[in-house]
Ligand binder design. Structure first.
Ligand SMILES: O=C(O)CCC(=O)C(=O)O
Length: 268
């Protein structure tokens, strides 16, 4: 199958066989993978941009370190400590990107927005948040995302720079998705039998259904983060670094982050 690139987007429509395959993968396995979506030239530009911003000034990024449950709550006195997860990373907010950044161009590209809405089968709109619309994530030695379910239904993740072999920073998910429930409110609570199963995975006792999609620089993964528990394993080794960009889309125009989320992940 020919590779789909950023430049090809304008020509895509719902009848395209490749689009139909992405849509089917997303529905059936919880994610679809768009390899080499960004050309190697653009990947290099993004790698340089992120590294320059990260290294030029401590003010360009914000480091967050959190303990959380698998549903992203703060651990309470009742939380099983063996399932408490640790996450740490640095974020470079959208307002630190130069106006000519290719990342901004990609985020706002009408072709990508159309492709996403075809894959997830509903309209999507760019987040209007000035910090969290599109942003770089930088993981250095020891940084990771613990096992969690997202609050939003899906994420769009461009892999910019991966650690070397053995350097960790692997994206993994548990292949059994959260059962779909009729009642939208009860969707916030995991059914007890399912919760016991994901707790075993989060404690490291069951790896039988842990999947590691083979991600590579320049590709995009669109993932059902609210349905499937997932994590990024710790980055291992001095000087190793993982950089990815999260592009945030919502189901209605005008989406912005709440004050708590902005403060926790962007520090302002
Ligand atoms: O960086 C990744 O590969 C995963 C990102 C993630 O887990 C998230 O944004 O919830």
């Amino acid at each position: 199958m020919a590779l789909l690139t950023f430049e090809d987007l304008a020509a895509l429509d719902a009848g395209d066989a490749q689009v139909a395959q992405f849509k089917e993968d997303y529905r059936r396995q919880g994610y679809c993978w768009l390899p080499s979506f960004v050309s190697s030239d653009v990947v290099q530009q993004l790698q340089c941009e992120a590294a320059r911003l990260f290294e030029a000034s401590a003010d360009n990024s914000f480091r967050s370190t959190e303990d959380h449950t698998i549903t992203l709550d703060s651990p309470s006195a009742h939380t099983d400590t063996a399932t408490t997860q640790q996450s740490s990373k640095c974020l470079i907010a959208q307002d630190r990107l130069p106006t000519e950044s290719q990342l901004l161009r990609l985020f706002r590209s009408p072709g990508l927005i159309r492709l996403l809405s075809l894959i997830i089968d509903r309209p999507v709109y760019c987040s209007d948040d000035p910090l969290g619309g599109v942003y770089y994530n930088v993981f250095e030695e020891g940084d990771a995302l613990g096992w969690h379910f997202d609050r939003s239904p899906f994420f769009v993740n461009l892999l910019v720079s991966l650690p070397s072999e053995g350097g960790g920073g692997q994206f993994e998910f548990f292949a059994d998705g959260r059962p779909q429930q009729e009642d939208a409110d009860s969707d916030d609570v995991l059914p007890p039998v399912y919760e016991a199963g994901v707790a075993r995975v989060a404690r490291g006792e069951d790896v039988s259904k842990v999947v590691r999609p083979p991600l590579a620089e320049g590709g995009i993964i669109i993932f059902q983060g609210r349905r499937y528990m997932h994590r990024v394993t710790p980055v291992v080794g001095a000087g190793e670094r993982r950089i990815n960009a999260i592009l945030t889309y919502a189901d209605a125009p005008g989406f912005v982050l709440n004050t708590y989320t902005r403060q926790t992940f962007f520090g302002r």
